[in-house]
Design a protein around this ligand. Structure first.
Ligand code: PMP
Length: 295
């Protein structure tokens, strides 16, 4: 926290923290994986660079260059003796004026690590999850879909809570034009007739690092991957569907709006994407050594 390693119980903030009142924080979600050559943090530099871009969007000066954030993350994993797990860097505005203008608010930063299994459940990874198109639209494009700001997640939380309370595992959000954007915390992929489709970033989805990795891995494996906008109804005619994210990794979707996706089981391209991603992060595939940042 702010450059020092502190114990869990001491990692506290004041109740007048600006970010607590107004959502003025930016964050990342990163995973560390066990490999044959020790722990690697997947695309750590890309995540920390995105943290910097998010901060820039909201006029926040992080004060720590990417390399120092990388090093602090590795030191933290070593100190916690964590061989694999989730990493949550957060940069937020603390005390200053209580008003909306954050000009005098102090910028604080923290990195937290813990063990975290499958975000959408182990059964979801194996058999696929049930999704529903949300009644909540993704914030309009001018609220930075590509900045991971704490405040904007209240939009995703409305969608997630609605889905879970209605008995589904995850929400799929449309953008303000009614086009498919993404899951509440994942990017979306749709397969039809052997072609892999995913909405472009201009559809208001986060420029996901797992999304980019899976697109590259599938292309290198011979698949055609197309960035194209699509509508809700297109989801019903897909042969396969999956979600990607650091937390969710590659999670198959077996149902959308109470309709089975394909035959209701994860299909071959989904299985292939899962295997390619799992082998990459475990250091077994070896085609992208630049993505694996060893602790
Ligand atoms: N969309 C949203 C809204 C997210 O919160 C996330 C998780 N960061 C993703 C997509 C997936 O992005 P990534 O693969 O970079 O984790």
């Amino acid at each position: 926290m702010d450059g020092e390693q502190v114990l869990w119980d001491d990692a506290t903030v004041h109740v007048l923290t600006h970010a607590l009142h107004y959502g003025t924080g930016v964050f990342e979600g990163i995973r560390a994986y066990r490999t044959g050559e020790g722990t690697q943090v997947f695309r750590l530099t890309d995540h920390m660079a995105r943290l910097h871009r998010s901060a820039m969007a909201y006029h926040m000066d992080i004060g720590w260059p990417v390399e120092e954030l990388n090093e602090a993350t590795k030191e933290l994993l070593r100190a916690n003796e964590l061989e694999a797990g989730y990493i949550r860097p957060i940069v937020f505005l603390e005390l200053g004026a209580v008003g909306l203008n954050p000009a005098n608010a102090k910028v604080r930063s923290a990195i937290v690590t813990w063990e975290w299994g499958a975000y959408l459940g182990e059964d979801g990874v194996q058999n696929g999850i049930r999704t529903k198109v949300s009644s909540w639209r993704r914030f309009p494009m001018d609220v930075f879909p590509n900045a991971k700001a704490t405040g904007t997640y209240i939009n995703s939380i409305l969608a997630k809570v609605e889905a879970v309370r209605s008995g589904y595992d995850e929400a799929i959000m449309l953008n303000t034009d009614g086009l498919i954007s993404e899951g509440s915390g994942e990017n979306i992929f749709l397969m039809r007739d052997g072609i892999v489709y995913t909405p472009p970033v201009s559809a208001g989805c986060l420029d996901g690092i797992t999304r980019a990795s899976v697109m590259t891995l599938l292309r290198e494996d011979g698949y055609t991957v197309v960035e194209r906008t699509f509508h809700r109804s297109d989801l019903y005619y897909g042969d396969e569907m999956f979600l990607t994210g650091t937390a969710a990794e590659v999670t198959p979707v077996r149902e959308v709006d109470d309709r089975p996706v394909g035959d209701g089981k994860p299909g071959p391209i989904t299985r292939r994407a899962q295997a390619l991603f799992a082998d990459t992060v475990a250091g077994k595939l070896g085609t992208h050594p630049e993505w694996l940042e060893y602790v």
